[in-house]
Write a protein that binds this ligand. Structure first.
Ligand code: AMP
Ligand code: MG
Length: 418
């Protein structure tokens, strides 16, 4: 057992990682799987939307000119000659002196030049009394007023939002090309790990990294290669090796056993089965992290300590997953400029991931959390966010202007499968 001779600089790791983690191939993707994916070609409208003139109100379609002078004291009358319903058009023409009953979304028949809303008309025994003059074109949604055929609506590279997917559906497209979602395998190692819900034997702890990481993977647009529960893999070379060589994953996250202890098998296995490009990185916490490749699969060795695990995910693995899915690299935490209430100490050459809390309800300043050891997961739930101290600083003095990355991400991406 030998400690780390030296630790890789984050400024060397990230450029390497960005070169390795490039967007996966595109695939034709059905509507219900598009949310949160990245569009791989432009979307151009094949049709006008709507594709016919339609009523924007429930009321009566007639000739606008004929309503001139209509008022409550001078209602004008029309003969009801038919009805147009959504999906069931009136197939005749609207002629002088006639009106047809029409509902919102129904086709406006030929000849009609406006729709009189129901609240300005009464209907009795086949006669419509109109009590308001309505201008030409009023309450008619024209063909193509929403989208004109040939219009480019969404461009390649866009992370699709729910309303984007709705728009694609409105064009009649059942699928469009999108970047494939990276398939992520979670390998949770540790002989001491017990499943939540089971009994805790002496010396055991409940396994908590998998659920945390699984939801971050979903947030970042990855999809896990097997459903929960994520049963721990024993600290055995054979068991870990078989998870590393099993095909089917674009990226493997190994939790635990990433360091230099006698039970830490993953680093040497990655080095034997592929390349262990980095082992030991100058970050706090999470310095016993590793990154390598086995064939085309990126492998991240995340320390088992929950805070280190989160930090290593946030700093390295999350970015790789986002990039494989074609998403922007940046951490998806909202950023806010603020002031530090107390100093943070760091070392030159090391990047610190420092959990902080709003100092008071006014949210003007943040305080670093005193209990910030790597095993103190509750420090991350007490924290409102974190501050990254770059490698070229020895920390920040009290009062420093800093940027906090806030843990509260309101938009959770839906995990809708591969
Ligand atoms: P390791 O990285 O395997 O040396 O583990 C470091 C510490 O994290 C040990 O105290 C482990 O018991 C703990 N640990 C490892 N894996 C997990 C996990 N999945 N959930 C919670 N704690 C863990
Ligand atoms: Mg371990």
């Amino acid at each position: 057992m030998k400690g780390f001779a030296q630790r890789a600089l984050v400024s060397d790791v990230l450029p390497w990682l960005r070169k390795q983690a490039v967007a996966l191939e595109q695939e034709s993707t059905p509507l219900h799987k598009l949310q949160g994916r990245v569009l791989a070609s432009d979307v151009t409208a094949p049709i006008d939307v709507p594709s016919f003139d339609r009523s924007a109100m429930d009321g009566y379609a007639l000739l606008a000119d004929e309503t001139e002078g209509a008022s409550l004291y001078n209602p004008l009358t029309f003969i009801l000659s038919g009805e147009s319903l959504p999906g069931s058009a009136f197939d005749g023409q609207v002629t002088t002196g006639t009106a047809i009953r029409i509902m919102t979304g129904a086709p406006v028949p030929g000849g009609a030049t406006c729709v009189v809303p129901a609240e300005h008309a009464t209907e009795s025994e086949g006669i419509i009394s109109v009590s308001q003059a309505v201008p030409h074109g009023k309450h008619i949604g024209r063909r193509g007023e929403d989208i004109a055929a040939g219009q480019r609506l969404l461009t390649t590279g866009r992370s699709l939002r729910p309303q984007d997917v709705g728009l694609i559906a409105s064009l009649g497209l059942a699928e469009v090309p999108a970047v494939r979602k990276p398939v992520v395998r979670l390998v949770v190692t540790g002989n001491e790990l017990a499943q939540p819900g089971g009994t805790l034997l002496s010396g055991q702890i409940y396994e908590s990294n998998s659920v945390m990481i699984a939801s971050l993977v979903a947030r970042d647009g990855g999809v896990l290669d097997s459903p929960p529960p994520y049963l721990p893999v024993p600290d055995s070379r054979d068991a870990i090796a078989s998870e590393l060589i099993r095909p089917g994953a674009d990226l493997i996250l190994v939790s635990g056993g990433s360091s230099v202890g006698t039970e830490d098998h993953a680093p040497s296995l990655v080095a034997e089965l592929g390349t262990l490009d980095f082992h030991g990185i100058a970050v706090r916490p999470a310095s016993p992290s590793g990154i390598g490749r086995i064939n085309d699969t990126l492998v991240f060795l995340l320390p088992g300590n929950p805070v280190s695990c989160l930090c290593a995910y946030d700093l390295f693995a999350g970015e790789a997953i986002r990039r494989l899915g074609g998403h922007a690299s940046a951490m998806p935490y909202p950023r806010q400029a603020t002031q530090l209430a107390e100093r943070i100490t760091s070392s030159i050459g090391r990047v610190d991931y420092c959990r902080v809390q709003w100092t008071d309800a006014s949210q003007q300043r943040v305080t670093p959390l005193a209990i910030s050891g790597a095993s103190i997961l509750s420090s991350t739930t007490r924290a409102d966010g974190f501050v990254i101290v770059p490698a070229d600083l020895e920390g920040y003095p009290a009062g420093a202007d800093i940027e906090v990355l806030l843990y509260d991400v309101s938009a959770h991406q839906q995990d809708n499968g591969p």
